[in-house]
Design a protein around this ligand. Structure first.
Ligand code: AMP
Length: 222
């Protein structure tokens, strides 16, 4: 089973992906996280990706698809996986389909632009464990320090105001057309992301439990 998390930057895909992983055991694969790790380690892939990421633009399709293909081939993805931040344009959606054809569910988390901008600009990430905070609504106990591992909290470079604007522009231009693509396939679910984390996750659980039931029925028929 492949779960695709769609939605603009700041809609909570990463947070919901982590909750899905914890509850259902499907690993979350975030292309943004994989790319940031590659940049941090100075790998050839990271070097290729860094400039585009810092500008808030998309990294080349081939680079990202190769990275995803390698990750989903791993043993822990056999029963299913959650994609966060991929596909990001229609070409990537086609390339993903060429990779394999599992039972698919698309969850599109929607949120208005004002809230997205405010969420992204108040987001902080632990530089050690990657835990996500929001200095307004989910602040750490100690300022600038991770509650879980005491690592230093940092602001992602692309969460700065000018880059946020560019990322949202890229989302509307490149990623939103995917919605039409998936809607046609009847595997698409829209979710209102403008509520608390638990509320959003409740909606997601309802959809997933229904889809898992359908998936098991399909498997029984085959
Ligand atoms: P994210 O953490 O998902 O917001 O991604 C951060 C940045 O990584 C994006 O702004 C892009 O530069 C790059 N990126 C992540 N996923 C993709 C993708 N599927 N295709 C191209 N670039 C990506």
């Amino acid at each position: 089973m492949r779960i695709i998390l769609l939605g603009p930057p700041g809609s909570g895909k990463g947070t919901q992906g982590d909750l899905i992983e914890r509850k259902y055991g499907f690993p979350k694969i975030s292309t943004g996280d994989l790319l940031r790790q590659a940049v941090k380690k100075n790998t050839p892939l990271g070097d290729k990706a860094e400039a585009a990421m810092n500008r808030g633009e998309l990294v080349t399709d081939d680079v990202v698809v190769e990275m995803v293909a390698e990750r989903v081939a791993k043993e822990d993805c056999k029963k299913g996986y959650v994609l966060d931040g991929f596909p990001r344009n229609v070409k990537q959606a086609h390339m993903l389909e060429e990779l394999d054809h599992p039972y698919e569910v698309v969850l599109d988390i929607r949120l208005n632009e004002k809230t997205l901008i405010s969420r992204l600009s108040s987001r902080r990430i632990c530089s050690r464990c990657g835990n996500i905070y929001n200095i307004v609504v989910k602040a750490p106990v100690k300022a600038e320090e991770c509650d879980m591992c005491q690592g230093e909290l940092i602001q992602r470079r692309d969460d700065e105001p000018d880059i946020i604007k560019e990322r949202l522009r890229v989302y509307h231009q490149e990623t939103e057309p995917i919605v039409q693509y998936y809607r046609k396939k009847d595997i698409y679910h829209q979710i209102n992301g403008d509520r608390g984390i638990e509320h959003v996750f409740k909606d997601i659980q309802k959809i997933l439990e229904n889809e898992i039931k359908k998936y098991k029925q399909t498997e029984a028929v085959l």
